[in-house]
Design a protein around this ligand. Structure first.
Ligand code: GLN
Length: 283
């Protein structure tokens, strides 16, 4: 038995004995006991109730086994909103806020936007939350992911939104018929199949199909860039998040398919994280 598994420990004892990051432990304590951050400090000499203790020990055990905080807590903050997360979806990442900001800048007033491979819905819902004038559609191939995205949309978007917000099951563009959109965004699976990161940290617990294309990491871009031409309106922007070393390759694909104003944008760490281009208007 570990020291932190003993009976009768106070909240302060857990903070002292559990070999986890202090901030993470505090979040687990708050989750298990229902106490606020302040109460944890002011009640630090108290012991959790036996129900709370059982819950706490299970949460600590899961975290020590490497399970991501976002799955243990069942939520993660993204773009100032709290998104439900489960192992059916990729955990929303702060890096991806750049894609949301760029979409907000590039989407014309009163236009339509499509998010490809929406997962938890973090990108599409953040955009829709910010811009009531946009008709937002989001697709995913996974029905389990769509169930999470639906929960998030219900929680976070007003029911009387000016413009429609729709979630659709689709293998990339296949269910979209001849629909066109003013803006298309995506954070597709982009990790190479043999990348060692797939078997490290949080990624071990995330859906493999949301992380890797099971190939060279670029196959989703090849498909999206070539097919998006049939689904973008004139002058529409295609904006895609990618891995830290993929900007050159993604720009090359956009140029090869005659997009204009092809460029990349850097994330807060200074890494080229999103690339995009505009569909050339036919003369
Ligand atoms: N950004 C994720 C990571 O490298 C990968 C997400 C993706 O493949 N779209 O951890």
């Amino acid at each position: 038995m570990q020291a932190w598994q003993q009976d009768g420990l106070s909240l302060a004892d857990y903070e002292r004995l559990v070999p986890l990051d202090k901030l993470e432990l505090r979040m687990l304590l708050m989750h298990a006991t229902g106490k606020s951050r302040i109460q944890l400090i002011t009640h630090s000499d108290q012991s959790p109730t036996s129900t709370a203790r059982t819950h706490l020990l299970s949460l600590i055990g899961r975290r020590l086994a490497g399970e991501p905080m976002a799955y243990i807590l069942g939520e993660r903050e993204f773009f100032g909103l709290s998104f439900v997360t489960s192992p059916a979806v990729l955990i929303p990442r702060a890096d991806t806020e750049l894609l949301v900001e760029l979409a907000l800048q590039h989407a014309p007033h009163n236009s339509s936007l499509l998010d490809m491979g929406t997962g938890s819905g973090a990108i599409a819902i953040s955009i829709a939350h910010e811009r009531e004038d946009l008709a937002v559609s989001a697709i995913d191939i996974s029905t389990d992911a769509l169930a999470i995205a639906t929960q998030n949309a219900t929680r976070l978007l007003p029911t009387n939104r000016q413009q429609p917000f729709q979630l659709l099951q689709s293998d990339w563009f296949s269910a979209l018929g001849s629909q066109r959109f003013n803006t298309i965004v995506s954070n597709p699976p982009y990790i190479e199949q043999h990348d060692p990161h797939l078997s490290q940290g949080d990624l071990r617990f995330e859906p493999l199909s949301a992380l890797t294309d099971h190939a060279d990491g670029l196959s989703a871009y090849r498909h999206i860039v070539s097919t998006a031409r049939q689904h973008l309106s004139a002058d529409g922007w295609l904006l895609m998040e990618h891995g830290y070393d993929q900007a050159d390759a993604v720009r090359a694909l956009l140029l090869q398919h005659q997009y204009t104003e092809v460029q990349s944008w850097r994330d807060l760490a200074g890494i080229e994280r999103v690339s995009g281009g505009k569909l050339q208007t036919e003369d």
